[in-house]
Design a protein around this ligand. Structure first.
Ligand SMILES: *Cc1c(COP(=O)(O)O)cnc(C)c1O
Length: 377
């Protein structure tokens, strides 16, 4: 059966060009980048070219990019690396209620150690309130960490405004841009972002590789101790093929950004329109205006999303209930709870996230399948 993949916010297929670029680094250029002979130098050159491509996607200097094992490690490095700079526990972080677990659970750990954390509310569109942010800042606030775009409902935060506030108050501003990278133009200098997390497997590179941008004027403590790799900030022999793959994915993302965005938007808006016209008692969650191009999140009244997903799976459709991280647990999504979604809609939420391989025909097939299931419940 043909697989129709609509879960690009959970992970993406690795691009062919990315695999091809990585391939020589397994069996030919397999040297350790720290080795001084030619084989090592070739691996080093691959890593540094990749670093330039990652930097280029977000408009920073290549020396401000550190490779990590993914979004989760980048997020952990930021929060722990800022809080652990010295022993002073009188420190305060501001974040939001709708962050990814990589941020929320790390904040929980820091709270257990005695640090203070404020979790900002979001409105019904999933956007923070700038006034609440301003009012939450104290003399102890050292870090503001607000995601660029949400992984469940796709809402995009007012990043430039947050950057300006943080910059004026000399507070470090970090953004988890794992969902935004490659799907929105990001310029860290213009947006006054000090630290940014990104991940390979959300943009056509493999799982287990990511990067962290840190402005050259910002100090942080390394998360992992060991060798001198990544300028002493991330020990461990480099995942050379992974880094090369991430670099290539960033280069492709940069070159194809406008095409990619308009293609996804067309599919997504067509899907919204079809559902609105054909399925009563459905409700789009999140902002229509400030939203990732490929994200849709719709609740169907009285529908059980787990059952729906099983039926869709039987038809070759991969989608998600809320988010991949919360499926498997029966807890309602913290994001849908934060936007105040009514109870009768909460259980029937379907996240469909589009990718470059999707077609209009895929969307028709999806909508037909939805109608069939919903009419029979
Ligand atoms: C996927 C995701 C992460 C985690 O990235 P990994 O590379 O899977 O560790 C963090 N934040 C957001 C917003 C994500 O979507």
């Amino acid at each position: 059966m043909k697989i129709r993949y609509f879960d690009n916010a959970a992970t993406t297929k690795v691009r062919k060009e990315v695999v091809n670029k990585m391939f020589p680094y397994f069996m030919q250029e397999y040297g350790n980048p720290s080795s001084l002979y030619k084989l090592g130098r070739k691996a080093r050159a691959g890593v540094e070219e990749a670093r330039r491509n990652v930097a280029n996607l977000i408009n920073c200097d290549k020396n401000e990019i550190y490779f990590t094992s993914g979004g989760t490690e980048s997020d952990n490095t930021v929060l722990k690396g800022i809080m652990n700079l010295d022993k002073n526990k009188e420190k305060h972080i501001i974040t939001s209620k709708i962050e990814h677990p990589a941020i929320l659970n790390t904040c929980k750990t820091l709270e257990e150690k005695g640090y203070k954390v404020t979790y900002l509310n979001v409105d019904k569109d999933g956007i923070i309130n700038i006034e609440e942010l301003n009012n939450s800042i104290t003399d102890e606030t050292v870090l503001i960490s607000i995601m660029f775009a949400n992984n469940e409902i796709g809402s995009i935060q007012p990043i430039q405004q947050i950057g300006e506030i943080a910059n004026k108050k000399r507070i470090i501003f970090h953004t988890d841009a794992v969902q935004a990278c490659g799907n929105i133009d990001i310029d860290v200098k213009k947006l006054k972002i000090d630290m940014l997390s990104l991940s390979g497997h959300k943009i056509g590179a493999p799982k287990g590789i990511g990067a962290l941008y840190v402005n050259k004027n910002v100090e942080f403590k390394n998360l992992i101790d060991g060798g001198h790799q990544e300028k002493n900030k991330r020990a461990g022999t480099e995942n050379v093929p992974g880094m090369v793959g991430l670099g290539e994915a960033c280069k492709i993302a940069k070159d194809n950004m406008q095409n990619h965005i308009s293609k996804l938007k067309v599919l997504r808006d067509y899907y919204f329109e079809q559902v609105k016209n054909k399925i009563p008692d459905s409700k789009i969650n999140g902002s229509l205006q400030y939203r990732l191009p490929g994200n849709s999140n719709i609740s169907f009244k009285g529908v059980n999303a787990e059952e729906l997903l099983m039926k869709l799976d039987e038809r070759g459709i991969c989608a998600s209930a809320g988010s991949a991280c919360s499926s498997g647990s029966s807890m309602p999504s913290h994001v849908l709870t934060a936007i105040g979604l009514e109870k009768e809609y909460l259980e029937g939420t379907l996240r469909v996230t589009f990718g470059d391989d999707n077609t209009k025909e895929d969307v028709d097939y999806l909508v037909e399948s939805l109608i069939e299931f919903i009419q029979n419940t």
